[in-house]
Write a protein that binds this ligand. Sequence first.
Ligand code: AP5
Length: 255
Amino acid sequence: MGQKRIISAWIRGGTCTEPFAPPASDRAWRLVLLGAPGVGKGTQAELLSERLGAVHLSTGDIFRAAGNLPPEQRSAAMEEALGYMRRGELVPDELVIRLVEERKACLRLPCGFLLDGYPRTVPQAEALDNLLSGEGLALDAVLDYELPLEVVVQRLSGRRMCAQCQAAYHVETLPPKREGVCDHCGGRLVQRPDDRPEAIRVRMEVYQRSTAPLIEYYRERGLLVTVPAEGTPEEVFERSLRLLEQNAAGATRRG
Ligand code: AP5
């Protein structure tokens, strides 16, 4: 099963039943990406996915895809979730945990996965642990991207997304070839509603309160790999790979 089809099943909530997706690297990586909004998780997930063969699964993408549906096709629960998202708040745990549970077949595939934006709270992390152990699986590592707040805000306020294929750009650091037009599909580039300054402020507060405690949660379980997120996307990517390999080598020695 190609990565595009797995991602489409993840977003739609399809079954992902094809038995075999060969890993593109010599092992299947099962990773979580942590870090404040705008730190560059989505950008790194794309680069890591290409290199490691693990499929990039983002809970934010599930909500954005629902937001692109005509209102009459959205469920009441999804409509409510979109309201939280626009304000920069977290969608309630119960709903997100259920959405991921419904898509667990995507986590089982032999190519591995890069979870981006999930878990975001301790109850979500516990739910993920239960879900994976029920499948006989475990996380290999949690990459935690760190960046000073002012750089994060600069990255978010300059971000533009393709309304059609969701590719991310930045007005200064990653501009498209033609202003306002996606290089990949020719779609229109727009600013995400939650990238407005008032929503960014709320997202940062929510991150500190709800998501930052996950750093300790994963440190205690020996899974945390802290990655400084300064530099170009390629520099951050090379650093991520190096730290991940060091961590894997350490785990082999310890185990
Ligand atoms: P989600 O989509 O997960 O958003 P997020 O975590 O806020 O992360 P972002 O996508 O904003 O940032 P990113 O770190 O991926 O940065 P990017 O690579 O784009 O979630 C959205 C919302 O959905 C949440 O707020 C919540 O409401 C809801 N939700 C989702 N999951 C949930 C959950 N589990 N529980 C509850 N609610 C949930 O980079 C940002 C910009 O910087 C881009 O323009 C990029 O080009 C640029 N950039 C990236 N790297 C670099 C670099 N190295 N140098 C210069 N520029 C760079």
